[in-house]
Design a protein around this ligand. Structure first.
Ligand SMILES: [Zn+2]
Ligand SMILES: [Zn+2]
Length: 599
């Protein structure tokens, strides 16, 4: 290996970055060190000037901490200086200044000579936070994001491993970054589902962060305006320590919330997308030259194509879902497998030609705003846009500089950084997530509404939120409007306890799939029977049943849910699968322990 290294070094002209030398064979890294010890070569430190693309940061003044921030930081600094595993839940309402707490805690760790990992749910949606961090900490920041090329990613990992980068910012996989002498882990927006990797290897980056903090004996901060039920329950049990930032910074306080009952406006024959109160508020906001956000958590133009002759809807040939219409209704797309075709002109069932677009998504909302407010500059932010490289950054930058008056989007708009000129937030249909057959539906709705409402009004401008709903009495909506986290937690925990759902019990979701529905059903029956025979009393077995997404990518899916003691369930599932399939390969089986979603 040493000969190989010297050979490569000679070929490179006697001088090369370490990372370049071992790029295709990382195992040579040890030989480089040994040669350096022998004096055969010298490793010189050289600062890499090039920072990847979007991440140039301007140096901003460090804001003076408020009293609340000071109190929280005092506790964190002690934990960082003292070392040892200590998990914190930082519960800070939107606009309370969590970011400044992260930055100052990171400074404390770096000053003590330790490294820091800061996890964000999605890097592209928080360019302001990333830029602020780069501006604040300079070249010691490494940013791991999905648009890095393989080579850039490799460079970043080496810089981290060599201790050149002491602060690592990245999405979920950055939790594995090889930071030497780690001193602090921070998980921002810890309640976000994006931290869960949904295909193998399945892991939840928040849980990995807590485990890593335990293994490396360091503090970990889980921050959110709406902590997950899991984390809040752990804090209530005393497993985590709770830190609070209960008030918004600035003179204005939380925004005023108005709920529009769509059942009433429908009866009055009003536009279903922009009800009169929302339309007026938009016009006033535009006249004041301030900005608005409009949330609809459903992308596309129309939700389905309905045949008026037979009542059937155009559906995906591979999945048991309806096709969504995009690009003004000209294009039909499956959101689950990516199947796409030009919108059919005749019904696939009866060949009828009277087809009607039903429902609406973000594209249609843009159209509605443009026709209601002809002078407004309207932008859109959703997954369709995110397919184009750099498009998300462009829209966010245009919104930040005031090139866009009204930004329409899915949940992606609820997650960004603060936009100080946004004074109006409209939620077109607050009920979108509540109909999902998933035990976290209410929690996700509460979180999304609380987060998006928190985007209204910052700095010196008062904020207003208008929420349109068919279910204005639903507790998730009512409590989100009141920004009553504790109230929601109590209510939702009661539901979880009654139903035996996390965090009151552990859950395992077992999905068995096959192109042959009979084979999948037979496997599911056999595995469920075996599970019922094992360890009575330690867990309960529900199913098998057809999964809510009964067919996906041409495969039929059956689901078995287990509730109870995690260790017993894990063991029992392993035994049952080994018995059915043997030790090594379990084709078409997905075992999801602590699932984020059970679709
Ligand atoms: Zn038809
Ligand atoms: Zn499909």
């Amino acid at each position: 290996a040493q000969g190989e290294v010297l050979e490569r070094l000679r070929a490179a002209g006697g001088h090369a970055p370490v990372a370049e030398l071992v790029r295709d064979r990382p195992s040579l890294r040890g030989a480089v060190d040994r040669l350096a010890e022998l004096g055969a070569l010298r490793i010189e430190e050289e600062r890499e000037a090039r920072m990847p693309g979007v991440m140039a940061g301007e140096v901003a003044a460090r804001p003076e901490p408020t009293g609340d921030q000071d109190r929280v930081l005092h506790v964190l600094r002690e934990a960082i200086a003292g070392g040892g595993y200590s998990p914190f839940v930082l519960h800070g309402v939107t606009g309370s200044g969590k970011t400044e707490v992260y930055f100052r805690a990171a400074e404390a760790a770096v000053e003590a000579g330790r490294g820091v990992i800061l996890l964000l749910p999605e890097i592209a949606l928080t360019p302001l936070l990333v830029r602020a961090a780069v501006g604040r900490f300079g070249p010691t920041v490494a940013v791991l994001h999905s648009e890095l090329s393989g080579g850039e990613r490799h460079d970043q990992w080496w810089r981290i491993r060599e201790g050149e980068s002491r602060i690592v910012i990245g999405a979920r996989s950055a939790v594995f970054a090889p930071v030497p002498d780690l001193g602090l882990l921070i998980v921002d927006e810890e309640h976000e589902g994006a931290y869960k990797q949904e295909d193998s290897p399945r892991y939840h980056a928040r849980d990995v962060a807590v485990m890593r903090a335990k293994l490396e004996s360091v503090p970990v901060i889980l921050g959110s305006a709406t902590p997950s039920l899991e984390s809040h329950a752990n804090a209530a049990k005393g497993k985590y320590r709770r830190l609070a930032l209960p008030v918004r910074i600035g003179p204005r306080g939380l925004p005023r919330v108005e709920v529009v009952d769509r059942r009433e406006t429908m009866k009055a024959g009003a536009d279903p997308i922009l009800t009169p109160p929302l339309r007026e508020a938009l016009a006033e906001c535009l006249a004041r030259k301030e900005q608005s956000l409009l949330l609809l958590n459903r992308r596309g133009y129309a939700t389905s194509l309905l045949c008026r002759e037979c009542g059937q809807q155009a559906s995906c040939p591979n999945c048991s879902v309806f096709l969504t219409l995009h690009r003004g209704g000209r294009h039909a797309l499956c959101h689950y497998c990516g199947y796409q075709v030009p919108a059919p002109s005749a019904c696939a069932f009866c060949r009828g030609e009277y087809l009607r677009l039903t429902g609406y998504g973000t594209e249609k909302v843009v159209e509605a705003v443009q026709s209601a407010l002809p002078g407004a500059r309207v932008g859109r932010l959703d997954r369709d846009l995110a397919m184009r490289r750099g498009a998300v950054e462009k829209v966010l930058a245009d919104f930040e500089t005031g090139e866009i008056d009204v930004l329409v989007g899915t949940q992606m708009i609820a997650k960004g950084h603060d936009f100080p000129k946004v004074t109006l937030v409209g939620v077109i249909d607050a009920d979108v997530g509540l109909g999902m057959p998933d035990f976290r539906a209410a929690e996700r709705t509460f979180q999304l509404l609380t987060q998006v409402a928190g985007r209204a009004g910052r700095a010196d401008l008062a904020g207003e939120v208008i929420l349109q709903s068919h279910l204005p009495d639903h507790y998730a909506l009512r409590l989100a409007c009141a920004q009553d986290y504790e109230g929601f937690f109590e209510r939702e925990m009661e539901f979880r306890r009654t139903m035996g759902y996390p965090p009151s019990a552990a859950l395992v979701n077992l999905v068995l799939r096959s192109r042959d529905p009979a084979a999948a059903a037979a496997d599911a029956d056999a595995v469920a029977r075996r599970l019922r025979e094992g360890a009575p009393g330690r867990y309960r077995v529900l199913g098998p049943a057809r999964a809510p997404l009964a067919r996906l990518k041409q495969e039929h899916r059956f689901q078995i849910l287990l509730k109870g003691d995690r260790t017993s369930m894990r063991e029992a599932v392993r035994r049952a699968l080994v018995e059915r399939y043997g030790e090594t390969r379990w084709p078409g089986v997905a075992v999801d322990v602590d699932p984020v979603s059970v679709m």
